[in-house]
Design a protein. Structure first.
Lengths: 77, 119
Protein backbone atom coordinates (compact mmCIF):
# COMPACT_ATOMS: atom_id res chain seq x y z
CA UNK A 1 0.00 0.00 0.00
CA UNK A 2 1.18 3.53 -0.71
CA UNK A 3 1.11 6.19 1.98
CA UNK A 4 -1.78 8.07 0.32
CA UNK A 5 -4.75 5.97 1.58
CA UNK A 6 -3.34 6.14 5.10
CA UNK A 7 -2.90 9.88 4.85
CA UNK A 8 -6.53 10.21 3.71
CA UNK A 9 -7.79 8.17 6.69
CA UNK A 10 -5.75 10.30 9.08
CA UNK A 11 -6.87 13.56 7.49
CA UNK A 12 -10.46 12.46 7.99
CA UNK A 13 -9.83 11.59 11.64
CA UNK A 14 -7.77 14.71 12.37
CA UNK A 15 -9.22 17.54 10.25
CA UNK A 16 -7.54 20.02 12.62
CA UNK A 17 -4.03 18.57 12.23
CA UNK A 18 -1.24 21.12 12.02
CA UNK A 19 1.24 18.38 11.13
CA UNK A 20 0.40 15.10 9.44
CA UNK A 21 3.01 12.84 7.93
CA UNK A 22 3.06 9.25 6.72
CA UNK A 23 6.36 7.62 5.81
CA UNK A 24 6.94 4.19 4.31
CA UNK A 25 9.91 3.21 6.48
CA UNK A 26 11.22 0.37 4.36
CA UNK A 27 9.77 1.07 0.92
CA UNK A 28 7.90 -2.23 1.12
CA UNK A 29 4.47 -0.70 1.64
CA UNK A 30 3.79 -2.29 5.03
CA UNK A 31 6.07 -0.63 7.62
CA UNK A 32 4.83 2.88 8.29
CA UNK A 33 5.65 5.80 10.53
CA UNK A 34 2.93 8.37 11.13
CA UNK A 35 3.27 11.75 12.79
CA UNK A 36 0.20 13.67 13.92
CA UNK A 37 0.09 17.01 15.69
CA UNK A 38 -3.41 18.32 16.34
CA UNK A 39 -5.23 20.53 18.88
CA UNK A 40 -7.82 17.77 19.28
CA UNK A 41 -5.09 15.66 20.94
CA UNK A 42 -4.55 18.27 23.66
CA UNK A 43 -5.09 16.97 27.15
CA UNK A 44 -5.09 13.30 26.15
CA UNK A 45 -2.54 10.83 27.51
CA UNK A 46 -0.12 9.35 24.98
CA UNK A 47 -2.07 6.08 25.24
CA UNK A 48 -5.30 7.84 24.27
CA UNK A 49 -3.57 9.85 21.53
CA UNK A 50 -2.22 6.65 19.99
CA UNK A 51 -5.64 5.01 20.37
CA UNK A 52 -7.07 7.78 18.19
CA UNK A 53 -4.51 6.93 15.49
CA UNK A 54 -5.21 3.19 15.80
CA UNK A 55 -8.95 3.91 15.47
CA UNK A 56 -8.35 5.95 12.32
CA UNK A 57 -6.27 3.15 10.80
CA UNK A 58 -8.29 0.23 12.15
CA UNK A 59 -9.16 -1.18 8.71
CA UNK A 60 -5.61 -1.43 7.29
CA UNK A 61 -4.40 -2.65 10.71
CA UNK A 62 -7.05 -5.36 10.87
CA UNK A 63 -6.56 -6.69 7.34
CA UNK A 64 -2.78 -6.87 7.71
CA UNK A 65 -2.00 -4.14 5.17
CA UNK A 66 -0.03 -2.42 7.92
CA UNK A 67 2.47 -4.90 9.25
CA UNK A 68 4.25 -2.46 11.53
CA UNK A 69 3.25 1.02 12.64
CA UNK A 70 5.28 3.62 14.46
CA UNK A 71 3.35 6.52 15.91
CA UNK A 72 4.39 9.95 17.08
CA UNK A 73 1.61 12.21 18.34
CA UNK A 74 1.45 15.63 19.92
CA UNK A 75 -1.21 18.06 21.04
CA UNK A 76 -0.93 21.59 19.73
CA UNK A 77 0.31 23.03 23.02
CA UNK B 1 -10.03 -21.98 25.45
CA UNK B 2 -9.47 -18.38 26.38
CA UNK B 3 -6.29 -16.99 27.88
CA UNK B 4 -8.21 -14.01 29.32
CA UNK B 5 -8.05 -14.98 32.98
CA UNK B 6 -4.36 -15.76 32.93
CA UNK B 7 -3.56 -12.61 30.97
CA UNK B 8 -5.47 -10.54 33.55
CA UNK B 9 -3.62 -12.35 36.32
CA UNK B 10 -0.25 -11.35 34.85
CA UNK B 11 -1.35 -7.74 34.21
CA UNK B 12 -2.80 -7.28 37.70
CA UNK B 13 -0.16 -9.29 39.55
CA UNK B 14 3.03 -7.88 38.03
CA UNK B 15 4.82 -4.63 38.81
CA UNK B 16 5.72 -4.34 35.13
CA UNK B 17 4.20 -6.74 32.60
CA UNK B 18 5.40 -6.88 28.99
CA UNK B 19 3.55 -8.82 26.32
CA UNK B 20 6.06 -9.32 23.55
CA UNK B 21 7.17 -11.42 20.62
CA UNK B 22 9.80 -13.78 21.98
CA UNK B 23 11.41 -13.76 25.41
CA UNK B 24 13.84 -11.28 27.03
CA UNK B 25 16.59 -13.81 26.24
CA UNK B 26 15.51 -14.24 22.64
CA UNK B 27 13.52 -11.31 21.30
CA UNK B 28 11.76 -12.01 18.01
CA UNK B 29 10.70 -8.50 16.96
CA UNK B 30 12.27 -5.08 16.68
CA UNK B 31 9.49 -3.25 18.49
CA UNK B 32 9.44 -5.70 21.37
CA UNK B 33 13.18 -5.15 21.64
CA UNK B 34 12.77 -1.36 21.68
CA UNK B 35 10.28 -1.55 24.55
CA UNK B 36 12.38 -4.03 26.49
CA UNK B 37 15.56 -1.97 26.09
CA UNK B 38 13.77 1.20 27.25
CA UNK B 39 12.51 -0.68 30.33
CA UNK B 40 16.01 -1.96 31.02
CA UNK B 41 17.48 1.55 30.78
CA UNK B 42 14.87 2.77 33.24
CA UNK B 43 15.74 -0.08 35.62
CA UNK B 44 12.28 -1.64 35.51
CA UNK B 45 11.66 -5.15 36.83
CA UNK B 46 10.05 -7.08 33.99
CA UNK B 47 7.59 -9.93 33.78
CA UNK B 48 7.50 -10.94 30.12
CA UNK B 49 4.89 -12.98 28.30
CA UNK B 50 5.62 -14.35 24.84
CA UNK B 51 2.54 -14.00 22.61
CA UNK B 52 3.96 -16.06 19.75
CA UNK B 53 3.21 -19.65 20.90
CA UNK B 54 -0.53 -19.18 20.21
CA UNK B 55 -2.19 -16.40 18.12
CA UNK B 56 -5.12 -16.61 20.54
CA UNK B 57 -2.97 -15.00 23.26
CA UNK B 58 -2.62 -11.85 21.22
CA UNK B 59 -6.33 -11.78 20.36
CA UNK B 60 -7.39 -12.18 23.96
CA UNK B 61 -4.86 -9.59 25.13
CA UNK B 62 -6.05 -6.97 22.63
CA UNK B 63 -9.66 -7.66 23.60
CA UNK B 64 -8.76 -6.87 27.21
CA UNK B 65 -6.50 -3.87 26.60
CA UNK B 66 -8.15 -2.37 23.53
CA UNK B 67 -4.64 -1.99 22.09
CA UNK B 68 -4.10 -3.59 18.69
CA UNK B 69 -0.33 -4.03 18.50
CA UNK B 70 2.52 -5.85 20.25
CA UNK B 71 4.39 -5.10 22.49
CA UNK B 72 2.14 -3.88 25.31
CA UNK B 73 3.59 -2.64 28.58
CA UNK B 74 1.61 -2.43 31.83
CA UNK B 75 2.72 -0.91 35.13
CA UNK B 76 0.69 -2.03 38.16
CA UNK B 77 -2.18 -3.13 35.95
CA UNK B 78 -2.34 0.01 33.84
CA UNK B 79 -1.48 0.13 30.13
CA UNK B 80 1.49 2.44 29.63
CA UNK B 81 1.70 1.87 25.89
CA UNK B 82 3.59 0.17 23.10
CA UNK B 83 7.20 0.58 21.96
CA UNK B 84 6.84 4.17 20.73
CA UNK B 85 5.31 5.48 23.96
CA UNK B 86 7.60 3.54 26.27
CA UNK B 87 10.64 4.75 24.34
CA UNK B 88 9.37 8.34 24.38
CA UNK B 89 8.61 8.22 28.11
CA UNK B 90 12.04 6.75 28.82
CA UNK B 91 13.76 9.53 26.89
CA UNK B 92 11.95 12.27 28.81
CA UNK B 93 12.52 10.61 32.20
CA UNK B 94 8.77 10.15 32.61
CA UNK B 95 9.02 6.35 32.64
CA UNK B 96 11.37 6.36 35.63
CA UNK B 97 9.06 8.82 37.41
CA UNK B 98 6.05 6.58 36.81
CA UNK B 99 7.97 3.54 38.06
CA UNK B 100 9.05 5.42 41.19
CA UNK B 101 5.50 6.67 41.83
CA UNK B 102 3.88 3.28 41.37
CA UNK B 103 6.55 0.88 42.64
CA UNK B 104 8.34 3.00 45.22
CA UNK B 105 11.76 4.68 45.39
CA UNK B 106 13.66 1.39 45.50
CA UNK B 107 12.02 -0.12 42.43
CA UNK B 108 15.31 -0.78 40.63
CA UNK B 109 17.01 -2.46 43.61
CA UNK B 110 15.35 -5.82 43.09
CA UNK B 111 15.46 -5.64 39.32
CA UNK B 112 14.75 -8.98 37.65
CA UNK B 113 13.48 -10.30 34.38
CA UNK B 114 11.26 -13.30 34.30
CA UNK B 115 9.46 -14.97 31.47
CA UNK B 116 5.98 -16.38 32.02
CA UNK B 117 4.56 -18.95 29.63
CA UNK B 118 0.81 -19.10 29.06
CA UNK B 119 0.86 -22.31 27.05
Amino acid sequence: MTTEPLRTLLERAFPDATELDVVDRTGGGDHFQVVVTAPSLDGLTLVDQHRRVYDALSAPLADGTIHELRIKTKGAR
Amino acid sequence: MSYGDRIREVIEGSDVAVFMKGTPQFVMCGNSNRALEALRRAGAPVTAVDVLPDPQIRQDLSAISGWPTIPQVFVKGELVGGADIVEELEQTGELERTLRDKLGEEFAAAREERAVSLV
